[in-house]
Design a protein around this ligand. Structure first.
Ligand SMILES: [Zn+2]
Length: 395
């Protein structure tokens, strides 16, 4: 045992809190009840300041009022349960069996969320004098619009941070980068005609088929990064429009999901697709998808579905500090990357604040039936957050 480990009463209290979190549904844009629970728990744990911003993000502060700031970042929204047949446990039951807690969001990422509150509170309880502060931020709308909640914290609320930990599931490995993410819409224009005389029109579906074939070939040829692997392109949706079943379709729209590696940008990814369109000599409009998202407080934000990749070097001081802190609590972490997007898309990808990923739970269990998290991992993550905060902020 060392000083970073949670005590038995802390573990029991964390478990009770985590069960309440999982038992309280929090679909994106409907996080109000969970936000209230988080605020109540922060106050109970003795956070010095607790507030909610206009977008419904919750922040709690501990430590000194000024000085360098460590931000522990998580999201409180979860995906829904479209098909109950994938579940053998009650999705909102928060059942505990063999040291695992089951339920929607247990792994992605209410386990990590609970660990950030308890790690920060544990550090405060140890009474170590700090030269800076720990902010625990819990944002909404991550699932439909990653990075939006955290962008609001920085760009609208004026929050500042010197280091960020993203507490998304990493199986307690240290994550030093993630792929970027883009969603593109490609509208192919045809010309309507009666389907008995197709030669009088231009079939938008045929045009789409040619472009899709080109995209399939492009997807095989994308650049490869030694750490983040290959870039990814996938056509994920298609729909067409015709005046009737007996008409040549005048419009076909396809959706392209793109995962970016280092060196690939929004501009370069768009240009690659444009080249495929040009080669086919087809009329088409390509755009990055933008859509409105609504917070649980009723505010609407424009979310642009494009976020850059990010990677910090193995020797970056924050990466080293996270590795050392994880070792201090008995782990032997390796350096990993996330192949999905997180709030780090904003903190590292846009704001370029040193960011590291570290959290309880197996990322492969996110968005799956019988999603669960190992409780021991949640407790250990809390200990590691306390150790990291002390390492960065001790006087
Ligand atoms: Zn997540």
């Amino acid at each position: 045992m060392n000083q970073w480990y949670l005590t038995t009463p802390e573990r029991e209290s964390l478990l009770a809190f985590l069960r309440k979190l999982v038992q309280t549904p929090s679909l994106s844009g409907e996080e109000g009840a969970v936000a209230a629970l988080v605020m109540e728990e922060m106050r109970r744990l003795g956070f010095v300041e607790v507030w909610m911003d206009e977008a419904g993000n919750v922040v709690g502060a501990l430590g000194a009022a000024e000085g360098p700031t460590l931000l522990l970042d998580s999201h409180m929204d979860t995906v829904g349960v479209p098909d109950l047949s994938h579940w053998t446990r009650a999705p909102w039951g928060a059942e505990v069996r063999n040291g695992r807690l089951y339920g929607v969001g247990s792994c992605d990422m209410k386990g990590g969320l609970a660990a950030t509150l308890y790690g920060a509170a544990h550090l405060q309880r140890l009474g170590i004098p700090l030269r800076g502060r720990v902010l625990v931020a819990v944002v909404g709308l991550e699932e439909p619009a990653e990075g939006t909640g955290t962008r609001i914290l920085f760009e609208e609320d004026g929050l500042e941070a010197d280091w960020v930990v993203i507490a998304e599931p990493s199986n307690l490995q240290v994550v030093r980068g993630q792929r970027g993410h883009m969603e593109m819409g490609l509208a192919l224009q045809g010309r309507s005609a009666h389907s008995a005389t197709p030669e009088l029109g231009e079939n938008a579906i045929y045009a789409a088929a040619r472009v899709i074939f080109g995209l399939e070939i492009l997807a095989e040829q994308l650049a490869v990064d030694s750490f983040l692997g290959a870039g990814v392109l996938a056509v994920t949706d298609i729909r067409s429009q015709a005046v009737s079943r007996n008409a040549i379709p005048e419009l076909c729209e396809i959706i392209i999901d793109r995962r970016l590696i280092v060196g690939e940008t929004e501009t370069s990814a768009l240009a690659e697709v444009q080249r495929v369109i040009a080669r086919e000599g087809i009329q088409a409009q390509l755009r990055v998808i933008e859509e409105d998202v609504r917070t649980h407080t009723g505010k609407t934000y424009r979310a642009r579905r494009a976020s850059p990749s990010w990677v910090f070097g193995e020797q970056h001081p924050l990466i080293v500090a996270m590795l050392q802190s994880a070792r201090e609590v008995g782990l032997r972490p390796t350096l990993e990357y996330w192949n999905f997007a997180t709030e780090g898309a904003y903190t590292a990808g846009v704001a370029q604040i040193p960011t590291v990923g570290f959290g309880p739970g197996d990322p492969a269990l996110a968005h799956t039936g019988d999603e669960h998290v190992e409780l021991e991992q949640v407790y250990t993550a809390a200990a590691a957050y306390a150790a990291l905060a002390a390492r960065l902020l001790r006087e």
